[in-house]
Design a protein around this ligand. Sequence first.
Ligand code: AMP
Length: 198
Amino acid sequence: MKRICVFCGSSPGARPEYLQTAVALGHVLAQKGIGLVYGGANIGVMGTLARSVLERGGRVTGVMPKALAKKEVAFTDLADLRVVGTMHERKQLMADLSDGFIALPGGLGTAEEFIEVLTWAQLGIHEKPCGLLNVRGFYDRLLGFLDHATDEAFMAPGHRAMVIVEASPEVLLEKFSVYRPPVVDKAGWALKLNGIKN
Ligand code: AMP
């Protein structure tokens, strides 16, 4: 894996463990020689993560929409800060540059970005691993929703199984290295549940 995209909060969160795990992830990425791709801000979990990669000599690519550069305090010292036109361009470029996706704790933006790459995975648009760093059970409720959607036959069990969940950055990255994409075809699965043969 050359680069991994990490989605995370522009706020620091209410507990020190969120930033501590960002630092641990940044150090492991640098140590493994895996470049970080992220949203390009110098605040919150995002800023802590980027600084922790840099302090261990790692590589960081930030992707920031022009309109947000001031509001989100762009990390202007980054050697590789890409300024794009829109939020959609930001997500597309982050995805194109990366070999896998991780969400650290964050808010709506983090959840939206992570769920979007999951939807792309279930449609087979990419075959890259997607994992949650479930610090202090932060994502338990999101995982509860995914379980519920699966139990209620809106999500295929094979697609539910592709979400890798770990509390340790090191273990999560080990799982990424042996990840195999699901063989379930989303459209075919939905057609079958509709009683339509394809
Ligand atoms: P948050 O988790 O809400 O603090 O947001 C984390 C990051 O996600 C911030 O840099 C937001 O600008 C970014 N973000 C929020 N919504 C979107 C979106 N629709 N597309 C791309 N990035 C987004």
